[in-house]
Write a protein that binds this ligand. Sequence first.
Ligand code: ADP
Ligand code: MG
Length: 309
Amino acid sequence: MPAEEIIRVEHLVVAFGDFKAVNDISFEVARGEIFGFLGANGAGKTTTIRTLCGILNATSGRVLVDGKDVAASTAVLKPYIGYMSQKFTLYPDLTVRENMDFAGSLHNMPKERIAQRSQLLFDFIGLKQIPPGPVRDLSGGDKQIIALAASILHDPELVFLDEPTAGTSPQTRQVFWRLIERLAQKGKTVFVTTHYMDEAENCGRIVLMEKGKILALDTPQQLKKSYFPQEMKELTFTRPLQAQIAAEIKQRGLGAPSAFADKLRLSVSDEKAFDAFAREKAEIFSVQSVPATLEDVFLRAVSGAGGNV
Ligand SMILES: Nc1ncnc2c1ncn2[C@@H]1O[C@H](COP(=O)(O)OP(=O)(O)O)[C@@H](O)[C@H]1O
Ligand SMILES: [Mg+2]
């Protein structure tokens, strides 16, 4: 594992009563990495982040941040960590500037430094005019991006972003990712959760999480390679008969197709048998070989079909 590790998680369990929201996970994150956590709602992403920030206590196992036990070092680690919570964290009745001042005051930042850092961040995100009114009047995307700016105002080394782009426009998502990449270029570590597969592609490494467990951890490229050593087949149809054809493919043991809009995608074990099947089916309009996507990987990992990971 990376020499310069900034996060080390060992057999972490976080339980609420009898329920283990995080169920024995272990991993390390290297300094300067963009590390993604990908999983459906309820997978345990937020619980993991909150424990890594020292907000929640581990039930068992341990978390080291910068070599220190997080549970025992929250005060020491406070300047070191930025956290953008999944819940809306700005004060809706305050203006953008007032929110930034407040965020800075939590870190005892002098007024000039708050102004200087705010300007730098606003310039970067392309916010030319700071809206004078209360934050509640801003668009969802603007609120999210200002919440991100507030969480990194104190220039932390390690940034936790919990679904920062949820519900925002593609343009806003682009701004977010430019900023995340910029942080990583400056040597900061970004720990980000998402359920957008295309966003996960931007991460150096990703964890696939499901029901409190880590299903897989690797680079996006390697995950695709491990789960799908060959290309996928993508089928289109002359008539909307995907469900019927999918059932037949399964029944004949030719693969386990997933439906995407009006297409089916599957990984084929026996090319010959599949080609013969496809030729005989008039309803199949085309068969194309396409590379696997992270969405394919995720569906396969979650369905428990497993890969070579
Ligand atoms: N404070 C809590 N008390 C009880 N259950 C909780 C609490 N927080 C989270 N959970 C449960 O833990 C599971 C994981 O939640 P969470 O970490 O928020 O998942 P994610 O962020 O991946 O959607 C969910 O089933 C959720 O209902
Ligand atoms: Mg969450």
